[in-house]
Design a binder for this molecule. Structure first.
Ligand code: UDP
Length: 241
């Protein structure tokens, strides 16, 4: 454990990262890759909480644009995150990692309800805790959920797993070849420069909790391990500055 920099982490996996190249749905190859990556840090004794997004299936905002009532559309998004959580749980169990899925919206036949103390206990016992259902409230995001659960779990860091992008850039690296990667930023920078890393609610919560955020490319094998061991890959965003 001595070489591990972060002993308790919250890994945020966006819906997009679960979809792979298709951009939508759940890609089993991606799930298997993520499970292997998570296992590699679990084997180091790192305590891991995972927050799944849902954008690969449904976003409340999209429904609202189509004329749906926003909260109703957001509840659909929250349910999408639980489906992703179940898929990831399955993938982790296939590689022998013990898990618990806890949902912010009660669904006792499929998952435990979210109970902070129980979640901490699971982490201490070496179980990967997957947090499904977002915060349980409409108008919020799973980025905010990651910031919130990280604070509640007293995590050392939030790892923001990106699909094919290895950090935060001055522009979209896929469109602008001159775009430069930031090595370090602050949460205030994200707001001031309007960098779309996490939404403002999540940023301001992270500023209050002082929990750093690391944005990195999860597609590259070994990256989660590198981050946990303290290698400076991706972009680190200091909280509270
Ligand atoms: N959502 C919500 N409250 C939450 C978390 C999520 O209403 O606390 C809904 C919201 O509609 C959102 C959807 O769930 O669009 C999927 O979450 P998110 O967009 O954060 O997923 P990601 O972009 O990470 O895939």
């Amino acid at each position: 454990m001595s070489q591990v920099k972060y002993k308790r982490i919250i890994l945020k996996i966006s819906g997009e990262a679960l979809a792979g190249d298709e951009g939508t749905g759940i890609n089993p190859t991606v799930i298997a890759h993520l499970a292997k990556e998570i296992k590699s840090v679990h084997d180091l004794g790192v305590q891991i909480g995972v927050v799944c997004g849902g954008g690969n299936m449904w976003r409340g905002e999209t429904g609202a644009k189509l004329g749906m009532e926003r909260s109703q559309a957001d509840y659909m998004g929250m349910l999408a995150t639980i489906m992703n959580g179940l898929a990831l749980q399955d993938g982790l169990e296939h590689v022998g990692v013990p898990t618990r899925l806890q949902t912010s919206i009660e669904m006792r036949q499929v998952a435990e309800p979210y109970i902070r103390r129980k979640a901490i206990r699971h982490l201490e016992k070496g179980r990967v805790v997957i947090f499904g259902g977002g915060t349980g409230n409409p108008y919020f995001s799973t980025d905010t959920t990651a910031a919130l659960r990280a604070a509640e779990m007293d995590a050392n860091v939030i790892l923001m797993a990106k699909n094919g992008v290895d950090g935060v850039y001055t522009g979209d690296p896929k469109l602008d070849p001159k775009a430069k990667k930031y090595s370090e930023l602050t949460q205030l920078d994200l707001i001031a420069k309007n960098l779309k890393v996490m939404d403002r609610t999540a940023s301001s919560l992270s500023m209050d909790t002082h929990i750093p955020l690391i944005v990195f490319n999860v597609n590259t094998e070994g990256n989660i391990k590198k981050v946990v061991l303290g290698d400076h890959i991706g972009t680190i965003i200091e909280g509270g500055k």
